[in-house]
Design a protein around this ligand. Structure first.
Ligand code: PBG
Length: 326
């Protein structure tokens, strides 16, 4: 035998030398749930180890993440039930606590990138990402864009560094980009949830925000998981409309989509390792069926191998701690 692939795997130094990918703290982005409270935290049953955070705990978490070398957080507001309406109007109220939270983090941690969420579901009494036509039940695209554009502008003015439209309305990147350009918010990044699939992996996130749809599903706006070429169509549109980063969501069951977008677009690719994927790992670990550190490292590395640069993950802090330790 002249050819023995095992030669390159023989020792640690050889394995390190030929290794093709790996994760760094700087690849990670931590999603966080924020409460309208000065302090305190609430556990999220379906996301063990994750909490809805009051302001004090949120600031602590940001400090720890920054010290660990995690460059960014994504903030999702927990909207009280009595503030949820059909058109999600709390999102356009400058006094809504989310805007205070964004400014506070911007001021306290000027070097941390703050990503904000643009979609109506946390604010909507219907639990949908857009405005629902009360007669037909249809999710109204263009009417929703007007609200999303204003939300994005308020977030940018409050100090967001990255706007994250997660709503899947058509034309929203261009709509938001136009508003930001014309309102002198030219340097705000947009991370487009380009290929966001209608998925059964979002359950724990919807528990965290109490944002599950009150009727129907999200299949008329989120993508059909049988489709891959359509993901490229969405991504190319977002690229052309002025996005800076393209995201695929969920991550684990969509590695082929990540790799396809990586090969066929020019922007950095992000993978969202969503709540249901995190919950599966946590459940296996709690049952004693898996080693958490090994399993999480393998999963996070798979996103990098597939071609993602950025990983949004609830494992961010743990992974960063493990990376620092080693
Ligand atoms: C909604 C939104 C969802 C997630 C992020 N933004 C859920 C949904 O579309 O219903 C899910 C993230 C996760 O599961 O971790 N705009």
């Amino acid at each position: 035998m002249h050819i023995r692939p095992r030669r390159n795997r023989k020792t640690t130094s050889l394995r390190e030398m030929v290794c093709e990918s790996g994760i760094f703290c700087s690849d990670l982005l931590a999603p966080l749930f924020v409460l309208d409270q000065v302090s305190g935290r609430e556990p999220i049953t379906t996301l063990p180890g994750q909490f809805r955070l009051g302001m004090a705990e949120l600031l602590n978490e940001c400090r720890e993440l920054q010290n660990l070398g995690v460059p960014a957080v994504a903030l999702f507001p927990v909207v009280q039930n009595n503030l949820k309406t059909k058109n999600g109007k709390a999102a356009l109220d400058l006094n809504f606590f989310y805007y205070r939270v964004i400014s506070e983090i911007r001021n306290k941690f000027p070097n941390l990138s703050v990503m904000t969420d643009v979609a109506l579901d946390p604010y909507s009494s219907d639990g949908h990402d857009g405005i629902v036509d009360s007669k037909t039940g249809e999710i109204l695209n263009d009417e929703t864009l007007e609200v999303l554009g204003q939300m994005a502008l308020l977030q940018a003015r409050a100090g967001a560094s990255i706007i994250g439209p997660s709503d899947m309305m058509d034309g929203r990147i261009e709509y938001i980009r136009n508003i930001l350009e014309s309102e002198n918010q030219k340097d705000i990044n947009i991370m487009a949830y380009s290929a966001k699939y209608a998925s059964s992996f979002y359950g724990p996130f919807r528990d965290a925000l109490d944002s599950a749809p009150k009727f129907g599903d999200k299949k008329s706006y989120q993508m059909d998981y049988r489709n891959k070429r359509e993901a490229l169509r969405e991504a190319l549109l977002d690229q052309q409309e002025g996005a800076d980063i393209l995201m695929v969501k969920p991550g684990l069951a969509y590695l082929d989509v990540i790799s396809y977008l990586r090969e066929n677009t020019q922007l950095p690719i992000a993978a969202y390792n969503v709540s249901g994927e995190y919950a599966m790992v946590k459940a296996a670990v709690a049952s004693g069926w898996a080693n958490e550190e090994n399993m999480v490292n393998e999963i996070l590395t798979s996103f990098k191998r597939a071609g993602a640069k950025i990983i949004l993950t609830y494992h961010a802090k743990d992974a960063a701690l493990w990376l620092q330790k080693n």
